[in-house]
Design a protein around this ligand. Sequence first.
Ligand code: FAD
Ligand code: NAP
Ligand code: SF4
Length: 676
Amino acid sequence: MTNTTPYPHLLSPLDLGFTTLQNRVLMGSMHTGLEEEPQGFKKLAAFYEARAKGDVGLIVTGGISPNFRGRVAPMGSELSKFWHVNKHKAITDAVHKYPTKICLQLLHTGRYAYHPFSVSASAIKAPINPFKPKALSERKIHSTIKDFAKSSKLAQEAGYDGVEIMGSEGYLINQFSCKRTNHRTDKWGGSIENRMRLGVEIVKAVREKVGKNFIIIFRLSLLDLVEGGNTWDEIVTMAKAIEAAGATIINTGIGWHEARVPTIATSVPRAAFTWVTKRLMGEVNVPLVATNRINMPDVAERVLAEGHSDMVSMARPFLADPDFVNKAAAGQADDINTCIGCNQACLDHVFEQKRATCLVNPQACYETELTFAKTPEPKNIAVIGAGPAGLAFSCYAAQRGHKVTLFDGASEIGGQFNYAKQVPGKEEFFETLRYFKRQLEEHNVDVHLDSYQDVESLRTRGYDELVFATGINPRTPNIPGINHPKVLSYLDVLKHHQPVGKKVAIIGAGGIGFDVATYLVEQESLTTNQQRWLKAWGIDTEYQNPGALLPIDHDLKHDREIYLMQRKETKVGANLGKTTGWIHRNTLKNHHVNMVPGVHYEQINDQGLVYSLQGEKKVLEVDNVIVCAGQESNDSLYQQLKDLGENCHLIGGADVAAELDAKRAIRQGAELAATI
Ligand code: FAD
Ligand code: NAP
Ligand code: SF4
C-alpha cells in the first residue's frame, strides 16, 4: 500500500522477518460457541474465510485449551491429540485461500474454568466462579508447559501461521504473574522473576518446539484493573523477558474478567486504553498491538499514527462486518457496519452458552445458514416502519433483488433507535442508522418518510407482499392519576424533550427506565470525555498503584434526586444484559440514584407518587413521574389488512413486544428477507 490510501498506517504491511502481514489489523480472539457444536468447525471455517476474504491482516482464533484442566467448560475445546488436528485444517485451508495469516489462541483458563477440575497458582477461588481451583504442583506446572508446546506443534501441523499465548484477562498465566492469586513460596511465586516464570517458560518451550518461522503472539496484561495486580515496572520486566524468550508480537490485555471496570462495553470511550500500550512502546523491539473499543478505521489509524502501537486489534468489529478492511481500503468507511459495543449477541450469548452472533449483523457465525441469494422471482414489497426490523428486512430483501418500498410516519429512519442514541453512553447507536441509510441507498430501496400508512393507502397500490414493522406503543399502567400533569412518558422525555423537574420518580426499571435515569443524571456523556470517564471508573493513568486502580469517583455531581422503581422484589436491574447489567447498575449507583424494588403504586396526585412498600404507605413528593413500564405491540394495521386478505407479515416489536430488543428485531427482519 502507498500513502495514497485513506488509512496509510493501518493499511501498511508489517514485516515480521520470516513473514509479512498485509496490514496492521489483527482480528482479536473470540470464542463463538461453534467450536463445541457438531459440524461447528465447518461453520467456523466459513466464518473465518469471510474475514480473510475481507483482507484482515492476521486472525487469532477463539481460545483452545492445551489440556483438559485448562478448558473453559467441561465440553470446551482442546488441541492436545493428533486426531484433533484434522478439523482445524478446514479452518486454515479456508483462510489461506487469501493472503491473511491465522494464529490459534492457546488459552488455559486456570481458576476461570467452569468445572471442578480447575487449577491455578494457588487454591484461591475467583469471585465470578463457584469452583475452587487446586494449586498446581511443581510437576504439573512442568507438564502444563509441555502441553502448551505440544499444542503449538499440533497447531503448526494443522496449518496455522502461529499461536497466541493467552497471558492476560486473569487467566492461568496472569494468575501466576499477580500477587492477587499467586501466594506460592516456591520458585513460581514471590518475586516477579518467579511469578512470570510460567509465561516465560511457556514461550521458550513453544519456540523450541515450533522453530524460528512461526508467529508467537503473547497477550500480556498491561492493565489488570484488580487489586493485587501487577505494577508497571513488573509489566515492563515481563515484556522484556517474553521478548527474550522468543515472542514475535506482544498483544495488549486489559482488565481481568472479575474487574469491576468496564473495558469493552458501548459506554467505554473509543480507544480508551491505547495509552497503556503506548507506555510500553520503546521498552521492547517486537511489534505491540493496541486493543479495546477500536471500532472504525479512523480510530485505528489515529492510534497508529500517534504511535500508540504497531498494530491494532479489533474483535467484535469483525462480527459486525467481515469486510471492514476492504471497505476502509476502498475509502468506503461509511459502508462499514459498525460494532456498537452492546455485547447483546456476542459476549452475552457466550456467557449463556449460546452461539455468538451480532446484533447488527445476524449473519455472523451463521454464514452457511443465513444467506441472501438473488431471487428468481422479484416481488413488489411494501414495508411499513423504518425501525431496526423494517430497515433490516428492506436492505436484505432489496439486496436479493426484490423491489422494496419503505414507509415511515416519522421524518427520519430508525424508529426507537433515535431515542436510544440520545442516552449518554449509547452514542454508537448513531452508527447503525448511518449504516442502514447507506444500505438503503446502495440497494435502491424506495424510502418514503413523513408518510404514515393506513388501510386505504396500502390497499390501493397492489403490492405483492406487505411487511409490517410498525413497532410498539409504550404501555400506560393502570394507576389512579396516570393522567396527572406531573406524569411524563419516556417519549415525552427522549422524543419531545419536555422539561423534567429536579425530583423524579421513574415507574419501571427495565432497560428504558435505566436509560432514562442515565439521561437525567449524566448531563455530559462521560463516554465522549475520555479523561473524565477514566477518572470516574478509577483508572490510574499514572500507574501509581498495582493494577492501575484508584478509588472510584463516587461523587459524580448532578442536581437531581431520582427514584427508580419496580414492583418486583428482585434486585433492580437484575434482567439487564449479562455482561453489561452491572455497568448500568454501578453507573446509577455512582450517581446516587435510589433503587426501590417491591413497590405497589397507589396513586399519582398533586403531592407526587403515593405507593406502599411492605404494607407501609409512602408519599414521594416529586416534580415528575416518568413512565417506563414496558411496551405493547402496534399491530392493528397488520390485523386489518390481513383480515382483508392481503399477503401480510409481522416483524419486530409489532410482532412480539415482550422482551423485544433490537437483536431480535433485526434478526427477524433478516430471516424473513432471506426466505420471502
Ligand atoms: P420501532 O423501532 O418501534 O420502529 C417502528 C417504526 O414504525 C417507527 O419508526 C414508526 O414511526 C413506524 N410506524 C408505525 N406505524 C406506522 C404507520 N402506520 N405508518 C408508517 N410508519 C409507521 N434495544 C436493544 O437491543 N438494545 C438497547 O440498548 C436498546 N436501548 C433502547 C433505549 C431506548 C431509550 C429505547 C426507546 C429503546 C431501546 N431499545 C434497545 C429497543 C429497540 O430500540 C427496539 O427493540 C427496536 O427499535 C424495535 O424495532 P422495531 O423495528 O420493531 O420497531
Ligand atoms: P421492560 O424491560 O419490559 O421493563 C418494563 C418495566 O416496567 C419493568 O421494570 C416492569 O417492572 C415495569 N412494568 C411492567 N408493566 C408494568 C405495569 N403495568 N405497571 C407498572 N410497571 C410495569 O421494558 P422497557 O424498559 O420498556 O424496554 C423495552 C425493551 O427494550 C426491553 O425488552 C429491552 O430488551 C430493550 N432495551 C434494552 C436495553 C439494553 O441496554 N440492552 C436498553 C433499553 C431497552 P415491574 O413489573 O416489576 O414493575
Ligand atoms: Fe458489537 Fe453488539 Fe455485534 Fe457484539 S453484538 S459484535 S458488541 S454490535
